[in-house]
Design a protein around this ligand. Structure first.
Ligand SMILES: *[C@@H]1O[C@H](CO)[C@@H](O)[C@H](O)[C@H]1NC(C)=O
Ligand SMILES: *[C@@H]1O[C@H](CO)[C@@H](O)[C@H](O)[C@H]1NC(C)=O
Ligand SMILES: *[C@@H]1O[C@H](CO)[C@@H](O)[C@H](O)[C@H]1NC(C)=O
Ligand SMILES: *[C@@H]1O[C@H](CO)[C@@H](O)[C@H](O)[C@H]1NC(C)=O
Ligand SMILES: *[C@@H]1O[C@H](CO)[C@@H](O)[C@H](O)[C@H]1NC(C)=O
Ligand SMILES: *[C@@H]1O[C@H](CO)[C@@H](O)[C@H](O)[C@H]1NC(C)=O
Ligand SMILES: *[C@@H]1O[C@H](CO)[C@@H](O)[C@H](O)[C@H]1NC(C)=O
Ligand SMILES: *[C@@H]1O[C@H](CO)[C@@H](O)[C@H](O)[C@H]1NC(C)=O
Ligand SMILES: *[C@@H]1O[C@H](CO)[C@@H](O)[C@H](O)[C@H]1NC(C)=O
Length: 518
């Protein structure tokens, strides 16, 4: 996150002074390859984060207004609303928590904001089944001009480990000009990666260098996720000169005030560089912050899940509306995010047809193959009016690698049942009932026997993978039709909405005939 103009200017000078980012061609040529792992042998460098991290981060809603009670009350609400048991288990404290370093060089937490210190918070969170995320910058200051960790990496990592911290978000402000090529950025971020490793404490390492120097090409060897664009803002598609790039690759000036559609479309060229253990981070969610309509938030949440972006709730959970709880707690969408395929979606087509505030008004088809052979399609209407949208079997299943091949993909000969992933969204009254139910724990009474109101799914008792094996309707959504071999899926999608469908192949008749022979 970028908190001050001053830090931006410093970063700009650093960028202009450095060489233009040397983008690695090897990776772009086969960028629409999904099944082939582009970076061969890649997997989580530290064994953590095989599926994207989920949780909450205070920045989007509270910026520097952080405190012990904010973190603990939010965690408690997340337990009570069933969000923890849907998978949102990291409470990530962002900038502005420290006041400086003590005589021995250790960071000092702000005693007014955190009167009991950080270990106390970690202990409380752990007793609730949650985990604790910490923030710093790979610079001499954080973006909010608090002390950064550049040059203090091991000392800071040791301190966090002594507090039982589980996660580090590591920003890019005041980096002393140590950027401009992938190698320079790699070296700077690698120091902290090694420092964390040396502590011996497993911690998720979340790079936040805004996509500078193309982290999706190198950060998988040292980190668990990496931001791929400038900072998000709570707008669906409004262009902003402070977020000038429309492509992630080689973007010299990532900036901030990037809209949902701006960030989403930057994923198209880098989707192949999302993998188990390293996720392209599209930035924290804005759902609930008031700048978008309900259907726009549905698009935002759906597409972040579809791309295996980390899902960090970025709003005030204590004042969450029923509608926003219903969006954030749709297990059929979260199951896409937590799918073991750990991949991002491919944009099969994009047309600009019906001008809206961007002057373009696009519609697009995104698809993704899931680990169990299901296929998910997103028919996205970011145009200004309702559209009848089509996805043909060829569009869904042909990819550039197989298009010219002699054998057509067998998927084209199958019948696919179509499940609408938003059909079972919690109603307003169901979501209100969850929000208004009796609180379960109470920070002061951990022994209460009350249980939280169940949402539709409890991933603590049944993993998403097991739920899918059991054909749990909470994860499948509702069957709304099927696509015959070589058929087309047609749906009417309102303005600024998305149709999210999980496709499941029916067993082929060919198989059945062969069975009969034996
Ligand atoms: C792209 O993929 C094709 C087919 O798998 C392969 O022959 C080619 O070498 C790849 N190109 C690069 C630059 O890796
Ligand atoms: C800071 O956050 C608290 C809630 O944690 C809120 O009550 C207070 O009004 C906020 N202060 C400012 C200045 O925004
Ligand atoms: C500095 O902070 C560290 C970590 O909290 C602590 O162990 C140490 O005693 C402090 N040193 C001084 C001189 O205050
Ligand atoms: C440190 O790195 C080694 C080698 O990559 C790895 O096996 C180990 O799990 C890491 N430890 C931690 C705490 O991340
Ligand atoms: C978008 O549609 C609304 C009506 O729904 C209209 O008022 C507005 O002018 C349209 N915007 C553009 C850029 O055409
Ligand atoms: C969908 O298909 C119909 C019939 O083929 C066509 O008229 C319509 O333009 C298509 N819609 C889009 C958005 O391509
Ligand atoms: C919770 O129960 C345990 C064991 O029954 C007891 O030792 C502890 O004091 C209780 N804690 C609270 C906060 O009541
Ligand atoms: C989910 O299941 C766990 C373990 O069975 C239970 O402790 C928890 O209360 C359940 N959560 C909800 C929201 O029902
Ligand atoms: C789930 O549904 C598929 C058909 O879509 C079926 O083959 C499978 O047996 C079902 N699994 C269970 C556990 O019911």
């Amino acid at each position: 996150m970028i908190a001050s103009i001053i830090s931006l200017l410093v970063a700009a000078v650093a960028l202009l002074g450095g060489q233009a980012a040397a983008y690695n061609r090897r990776f772009i040529e086969n960028s629409s390859d999904t099944e082939q792992v582009i970076i061969s042998g890649a997997s989580s460098f530290n064994g953590l984060n095989l599926v994207p991290q989920m949780g909450w981060n205070n920045w989007n809603a509270f910026q520097c207004n952080v405190s012990e009670s904010l973190l603990l009350d939010t965690a408690e609400a997340m337990v009570n609303f069933g969000l923890k048991d849907l998978g949102y288990n990291y409470i990530v404290l962002d900038d502005c928590w420290s006041i400086g370093r003590n005589e021995s060089g250790y960071l000092i937490p702000n005693p007014l904001k955190f009167p009991n210190g950080m270990k106390y918070i970690a202990d409380k969170l752990h007793s609730m089944g949650m985990k604790f995320g910490m923030y710093s910058s790979a610079g001499v200051f954080t973006c909010g001009r608090y002390p950064g960790s550049l040059g203090f990496e091991q000392q800071d990592a040791d301190l966090w480990a002594s507090w039982d911290v589980d996660y580090l978000k590591y920003d890019n402000c005041f980096n002393q000009g140590q950027s401009g090529t992938p190698q320079i950025s790699f070296n700077r971020y690698n120091v902290m990666s090694q420092a964390i490793n040396k502590t011996g404490r497993p911690m998720i390492y979340s790079l936040c260098n805004w996509g500078n120097d193309d982290p999706y090409d190198w950060a998988y060897t040292i980190a668990n996720s990496g931001r791929m664009s400038g900072d998000i803002y709570d707008q669906f598609n409004r262009p902003d000169s402070r977020c000038p790039c429309t492509e992630a690759v080689g973007c010299a000036w990532p900036g901030f005030h990037c809209s949902v559609m701006n960030i989403l479309n930057k994923m198209a060229a880098i989707q192949s560089r999302t993998m188990s253990g390293y996720f392209n981070d599209m930035d924290m969610l804005e759902v609930g912050n008031g700048g978008q309509s309900d259907s726009e938030y549905v698009v935002h949440f759906s597409m972040w899940a579809m791309h295996s972006s980390p899902l960090l709730i970025g709003t005030n959970v204590l004042t969450l509306s029923p509608a926003n709880l219903a969006i954030l707690s749709n297990p059929a969408i979260i199951a896409l995010n937590q799918d073991p395929s750990a991949s991002a979606a491919i944009r099969k087509w994009q047309y600009f047809i019906d001008p809206d505030e961007t002057g373009q008004g696009e519609i697009a088809l995104w698809t993704r193959r899931l680990a169990n052979g299901d296929q998910v399609i997103a028919l996205l209407n970011a145009a200004n009016s309702t559209m009848k949208m089509n996805a043909t079997m060829n569009e869904i299943f042909l990819d550039p690698r197989t298009a010219g091949a002699y054998h057509e993909p067998e998927e084209l000969r199958k019948t696919w049942d179509v499940y609408d992933l938003w059909a079972n969204r919690l109603s307003e009254s169901e979501a209100s009932a969850i929000i208004n139910s009796t609180p379960m724990i109470g920070i002061t009474n951990m022994n209460s026997t009350k249980t939280p109101r169940a949402t539709r799914y409890n991933a603590t008792t049944t993993s998403y993978a097991d739920g899918l094996k059991n054909n749990d309707t909470a994860l499948l959504g509702q069957k709304v039709g099927s696509i015959e071999p070589r058929g087309t899926w047609v749906a009417e999608i309102p303005r600024h909405s998305v149709g999210m469908y999980r496709l499941r192949a029916r067993p082929t008749t060919r198989m059945r005939k062969r069975d009969e022979l034996y």
